[in-house]
Design a protein around this ligand. Structure first.
Ligand code: FAD
Length: 438
């Protein structure tokens, strides 16, 4: 299916799902209409609750649910729809106050009946969720603490929101209408239990062992893992997995990393991790023999999903990791298709995998354009930051037929996406992997 058609299909399905409970509520006996604004206010409240429920399902790491889009797109969509749901949940009481100013009086008097309390708690949980997510770094909230709080606040918003709907009882009288909202809330609770209890339990039964720790150029480390007592998993080159080290899978301390090894050798899985923050800075301390847990594979950033007569890769820094997996896999498969890699780094000394990339040129039809922002004095290659004029100089004539994979710092991804599109690569052939989910 053409990508634009596919996007239209999924967006229409989403809108249909958000509205479906509203149509169900209109079936059978319903309260006498209280005017357009009153009914719109209720519809916004119902829609906000359904949108929250869909967010639970989409971010619950069901491989099949995220497979058509890629996890980065799912999280981007999650962010956008969360803002939409919060706007709806805020407009819901504002419109009600406009229609029934007496309600404001009740709020001011501080004598809230239970059905309004539940609504208020749901809205406050949503507000805290939005604030802590949009401004997490500015508020100096540690990522691990944020993740736990995110789940608890989301559950609070959804459960209190559902209680509010059921207690108010407008349009939801009758056991099957009430049952519908209870079923929605309970399925979200079940999803949370699956992700935080059932899944970790499954991971616990399938441990991995660190068999090599390799120091790479550019403050990066490669960890090679082997499954212990089970068959591991097969993955597509370019996919990623959630890695837990030195804590239990129940602790919500897993981090996403692209698999950097060849998909043709799935018994050993390697991750190449750059020293960056609290967790990654200590990767070099990991000892051979330590246990690890892997939840994966995830993602659609793969040559095996986007097939083409040739490929263009753009890597910045440790963004080379998923691209190494694709290049190594292509080499194992003796693939003869033409490949072009633009690889941006600060210095030649720190350019991760530079020796292996040179060796891969011998096994593949691979052309590499290194772009160094701090090149040595005798450097004859590209200098400065990756920019359009470099692409214009080196892109091949058959560029429009090739699929293009970009991975690196967010700013580099944006620049590369725009430049490649201007240079004649169809936007539907451009795939990016963003390492920063929140
Ligand atoms: C799909 C994907 C693939 C990735 N592949 C690689 C890779 O191959 N090599 C590599 O070096 N890095 C990769 N990353 C980035 C890596 O996950 C983060 O750099 C790492 O989790 C940061 O953890 P930290 O505690 O060291 O850093 P911190 O300084 O604590 O965090 C830095 C930033 O990393 C993000 N982050 C922190 N913890 C998590 C977490 N548990 N889950 C998700 N994001 C988190 C947050 O945005 C945070 O602001 C990938 C990220 C994603 C989303």
């Amino acid at each position: 299916m053409h990508p634009y058609l596919r996007a239209t299909f999924w967006i229409s399905l989403y809108l249909l799902l958000v509205q479906a409970p509203l149509f169900v509520l209109l079936l059978g006996p319903k309260p006498a209409g209280s005017g357009f604004w009153f009914d719109l206010s209720l519809a916004l409240g119902f829609a906000a609750t359904t949108m929250m429920a869909i967010m639970f399902l989409l971010t619950a790491r069901f491989q099949r649910a995220t497979a058509p889009f890629g996890i980065d797109l799912v999280y981007y969509f999650h962010r956008l729809t969360a803002i939409g749901a919060f706007a709806f949940a805020t407009l819901h009481p504002l419109l009600l106050f406009r229609e029934e100013p007496a309600l404001l009086g009740v709020m001011r008097a501080g004598t809230l009946p239970l059905h309004l309390w539940t609504g208020l708690v749901a809205w406050m949980a949503l507000a805290a969720l939005m604030t802590s997510s949009l401004w997490r770094q500015q508020l100096c909230i540690h990522y691990d603490a944020w993740r736990v709080a995110h789940l608890l606040l989301a559950l609070t918003a959804l459960l209190f929101g559902t209680a509010h709907i059921v207690e108010v009882g407008h349009y939801t009288t009758g056991p099957w209408k009430t049952g519908l909202w209870l079923a929605i809330a309970l399925s979200c609770l079940a999803v949370a239990v699956r992700v935080r209890l059932v899944k970790p339990l499954q991971l616990l039964r399938r441990p991995w062992r660190v068999i090599r720790v390799i120091e790479e150029r550019g403050s990066a480390w490669t960890l090679v893992l082997r499954p212990e007592g089970h068959g591991g998993f097969r993955f597509l080159p370019g996919q990623f997995a959630w890695l837990t080290l030195r804590s239990s899978p129940f602790a919500m301390r897993e981090h996403p990393f692209s698999i950097s090894s060849s998909a043709a050798v799935p018994r050993e899985i390697a991750f190449t991790i750059k020293e960056l923050g609290n967790f990654t800075r200590r990767i070099g301390e990991i000892q051979v023999g330590e246990r690890a847990w892997l939840d994966g594979p995830y993602g659609t950033f793969s040559i095996d999903i986007s097939r083409a007569p040739g490929y263009i890769f753009v890597a910045g820094g440790v963004g080379i990791a998923p691209i190494m997996s694709m290049l190594r896999t292509l080499a194992e498969r003796d693939d003869g298709r033409p490949l072009l890699l633009f690889y941006a780094y600060h210095t030649w000394e720190r350019t991760t995998f530079r020796e292996e990339l040179e060796a891969l040129r011998e096994r593949l039809d691979l052309n590499i354009v290194y772009v160094l922002s701090e090149p040595p004095t005798d450097w004859t290659g590209e200098r400065g930051l990756l920019r359009e004029e470099i692409f214009a100089r080196d892109l091949p004539a058959d560029r429009a037929e090739r699929e293009c994979f970009i991975c690196g710092p967010t700013l580099m991804i944006t620049v590369a996406e725009q430049a490649l599109a201007r240079q004649g690569i169809p936007p539907t052939h451009i795939h990016s992997e963003i390492f920063d989910l929140v």
